[in-house]
Write a protein that binds this ligand. Structure first.
Ligand SMILES: Nc1nc2c(c(=O)[nH]1)N[C@H]1C(S)=C(S)[C@@H](COP(=O)(O)OP(=O)(O)OC[C@H]3O[C@@H](n4cnc5c(=O)[nH]c(N)nc54)[C@H](O)[C@@H]3O)O[C@H]1N2
Ligand SMILES: Nc1nc2c(c(=O)[nH]1)N[C@H]1C(S)=C(S)[C@@H](COP(=O)(O)OP(=O)(O)OC[C@H]3O[C@@H](n4cnc5c(=O)[nH]c(N)nc54)[C@H](O)[C@@H]3O)O[C@H]1N2
Ligand code: SF4
Ligand SMILES: [Mo]
Length: 715
């Protein structure tokens, strides 16, 4: 049998690297980087090669499972599964109200156009106010600020790293993570190019990360204090009149209110709390303002802290007041071939609140920090049922062990997932979708966040196994069965007839490069896109303001009221900074590793072999003080839990801060994860605290959890 080369975008992380996959029949022979992909130019990481391991993994579920009363699993047919699941969801909502049934969508659902296109109709049909997703444990501040400043939660500025001369990075480690809210595959090469053209990279991180090692300058910062640093940078720029709004000056609200907000935060005032020296903060501000082009970028580490929304606001403001928004080398907006801006809600905050703690919804979702309590606290509106789609919240949301207990309390839990893992083991039904290479793919989200305007269509690489269902088929079947209104049911039926491919074609045709609905139009269609097997490059990002703004009067709101008010909270907090340290606690932060993908790619020997990776990094001075040695097993204790892990003593940590990778904690009973359970590690989220949040929108604090570390006494 002859071999076939398939070209495809990797769907595992936000870098969306081009892959060349060679098959013989349905056997995958090799996976390598596609040198002709216009964005990734051959870059690849070890996870992509594991796509073939996912395909053949005997642990991967291929058939619906039902949990029996004795706790065993029984394979059932699809019809029986859909009948039972839709029937029981419907009955629960009829008996206890719509909100009794909750949903949680995990990270891979934004990497899968089946779930992106057919998830929203299901959620609309369920009409529950108890919707959750990984957003509130991740990038919510980005979306909230985009909504407040630019008018739409998805109008997100992307750092133009291929042209910038000064790249200031806070709380991100793109060398390992391959970038986030910034689709830029091959980050290392892009950094090299930045240095070659005389540009500079400055990294602010409590750990000297893999990215920090490539930087011109790296500064340690005390976890959670970035908003103070950003305020101080702005204080210097505004006091020394280094500000210049450049091209956006004509459509920004006045700058003046900002001056009084930043005034109290001089570099001298924030130095102790941040751990940076005042002279260095001043120097950084001046250099950033003076650079021919500059962009400040802050990601996971600054979004998931107590002042995460303030951080993302100040980062945008810093880019704006130095004239770097919407100009090459600064922070720019994309023009994706399928533009989600027109078809998604611009956003809203606080239309309803969570029942127990009163935290606000954002864009229709409540913060994950309240998910467990909404299940546990008695009351007529308690959550009694849950649907998870492509998520593993037991390992990925704060105080995961509390959630584990809460899941046991549910009358119905359904998971659309192809693993029996730490979360889905609590389900009553698991509906497994096809594996990534068995279905077509298009990046609806990441083309919106890309450092170049590109598009690529990826047909399926291998045939789906017999009698399996794609995510979109599972979701649309549930929707069809749950929809009560006849007209809507007809509309859903029509969408199913179209299928994702025709919906994509419609999206491409009506997008900025599209042919319109004229069948003879000359622009982009799915057919044309499919012919460009390596993808189409529409070129570098281009200035597009104020046109692309969605805000009222096409104006950028520099000083949204909620953030102005929140600045007072920051000021109050400034003087409390020393408290935690004085109690002898260490601050725990997370990290990402090249051969991990959140919680779900530990089941492949290729990625797992080698030395133990779930280790607690600790500075030698802290290890010395606590009499802890390299490799020693320690107990890490927080308000919410206690785990045991080995210590790796390293001066890459800031003194007083310890780091644990996220996504581990396998080895719980009843999962079907052969390889992952051989290297279980421990879960960082058994230590994070659901009560620690950014009060503004309820985002979880995952960077900077106070912990105590002590030698583990063997139990
Ligand atoms: N402490 C701490 N917590 C964190 C983080 C951290 O850094 N520190 N990171 C946060 C971030 S950024 C994120 S995004 C979340 C991630 O957290 P989640 O989104 O909850 O979980 P994942 O680990 O991505 O798990 C994905 C699940 O989807 C399944 N899956 C994979 N592909 C598909 C598919 O195509 N279809 C379906 N139906 N299922 C699929 C997998 O089997 C797995 O069960 O965790 C967050 N939690
Ligand atoms: N290999 C791999 N790649 C991934 C993932 C993965 O699990 N594995 N996950 C994907 C996902 S879902 C996402 S969201 C992205 C995330 O991509 P990144 O945002 O690059 O994520 P991290 O590597 O977690 O980097 C966060 C950094 O913040 C630092 N940090 C912690 N606390 C603070 C603080 O208070 N202040 C500052 N300034 N820094 C702090 C940490 O030390 C860490 O270096 O990665 C994606 N890519
Ligand atoms: S960096 Fe991300 S997109 Fe690229 S090959 Fe690795 S997992 Fe896939
Ligand atoms: Mo994420």
């Amino acid at each position: 049998m002859s071999t076939t080369a398939h070209f495809r975008a990797c769907n595992l992380c936000e870098a969306v690297c081009g892959l060349e996959i060679v098959t013989r029949g349905d056997e995958i022979l090799s996976i390598r980087g596609d040198d002709e992909d216009p964005l990734s130019r051959g870059h690849i990481c070890p996870k992509a090669v594991a796509l073939q391991d996912i395909q053949v993994d005997p642990d991967r579920l291929r058939c619906p499972l039902e949990r029996t009363p004795s706790g065993d699993w029984r394979e059932i047919g699809w019809k029986e599964a859909f009948d039972a699941v839709a029937g029981r969801i419907g009955a629960m909502q009829r008996e206890h109200g719509r909100d009794a049934f909750a949903t949680y969508q995990g990270n891979p659902s934004v990497h899968n156009y089946g779930t992106l296109l057919f998830g929203p109709p299901l959620l609309r049909t369920l009409r529950t106010r108890n919707r959750f997703s990984a957003t509130s444990a991740d990038q919510l501040p980005h979306q909230l600020i985009a909504y407040w400043m630019y008018g739409h939660q998805l109008l997100l500025p992307v750092p133009d790293i291929d042209r910038t001369q000064f790249f200031l990075v806070l709380g991100a480690n793109p060398v390992n993570s391959n970038g986030s809210m910034m689709t830029a595959p091959g980050f290392g090469k892009r950094l090299k190019a930045l240095r070659l053209r005389g540009g500079r990279l400055v990294v602010i991180d409590p750990r000297r990360t893999e990215t920090a090692r490539l930087a011109d300058t790296h500064w340690f910062i005390r976890p959670g204090s970035d908003a103070l640093l950003l305020m101080a940078l702005l204080e210097v720029i505004l006091t020394e009149e280094l500000d210049d709004l450049g091209g956006v000056a004509g459509f920004c609200t006045p700058l003046d209110p900002l001056r009084s907000v930043v005034a109290p935060f001089s570099p001298e005032r924030v130095a102790t709390a941040t751990g940076l020296e005042a002279v260095e903060i001043r120097k950084m501000a001046r250099e950033f303002a003076a650079a021919p082009s500059a962009v400040c970028y802050g990601r996971f580490g600054v979004s998931t802290q107590e002042f995460g929304a303030l951080c993302q606001w100040l980062i945008n403001v810093l880019n704006i007041v130095t004239g770097n928004l919407d100009r090459p080398g600064g922070a720019m907006f994309t023009r994706p071939a399928v533009d989600l801006l027109g078809s998604t809600s611009p956003g809203h905050l606080g239309r309803w609140k969570s029942r127990v703690r009163g935290l606000p919804e954002f864009a229709g979702e409540l913060p994950v920090a309240v998910m467990a309590e909404e299940m546990l606290v008695e009351g007529p509106d308690r959550i009694r049922g849950l649907l998870t789609i492509a998520g593993n919240p037991v390992l990925s949301t704060p105080n995961g062990s509390q959630l584990e207990g809460a899941l046991e309390n549910l009358g119905l839990m359904v998971s659309v997932d192809f693993y029996l893992n730490e979360t889905t083991r609590h389900a009553h039904f698991i509906l497994p979708p096809t594996a990534p290479l068995e279905h077509e793919h298009y990046d609806l989200v990441f083309n919106l966040l890309s450092v170049r305007n590109v598009a690529k269509y990826s047909p399926a690489v291998v045939r789906a196994a017999e009698d399996t269902r794609h995510d979109w088929q599972i979701l649309s079947e549930l929707t069809r069965r749950l929809e009560r209104k006849p007209l809507r049911r007809m509309r859903r039926a029509f969408e199913v007839v179209l299928g994702p491919r025709r919906l994509l074609d419609l999206g491409l045709r009506s997008g900025p490069y599209g042919s319109g609905l004229n069948p003879l139009g000359r622009g982009l269609t799915l057919k044309k896109l499919s012919r460009s097997v390596h993808g189409i490059d529409f070129g570098p990002l281009e200035p597009c303001l104020p046109d692309r703004l969605v805000s009222r009067d096409k104006t950028i709101d520099l000083t949204p009221q909620s953030l102005m008010t929140d600045s007072h909270r920051l000021l109050d907090h400034l003087d409390d900074q020393a408290v935690v340290r004085s109690k002898g606690k260490l601050m725990l932060i997370g990290r990402r590793q090249v051969r991990s993908n959140n919680s779900w790619m530990h089941n492949y020997n290729r990625l797992m072999r080698g030395k133990e990776r779930c280790t607690l990094l600790m500075h030698p001075s802290d290890a010395g003080r606590l009499a802890i040695e390299m490799g020693q097993q320690v107990a890490v204790v927080s308000r919410t839990g206690r785990i045991e892990v080995p210590v790796e003593v390293s001066d890459e940590m800031m003194p007083g801060v310890v780091s644990l990778p996220h996504g581990w904690g396998h080895g719980r009973p009843g999962t079907r994860l052969t390889e992952a359970n051989r290297h279980p590690g421990a879960s960082l989220n058994d230590l994070t605290d659901e009560l620690q949040i950014d009060a503004l929108a309820g985002t979880s604090v995952l960077a900077g959890v106070p912990v105590q570390v002590e030698p583990a006494v063997s139990r």
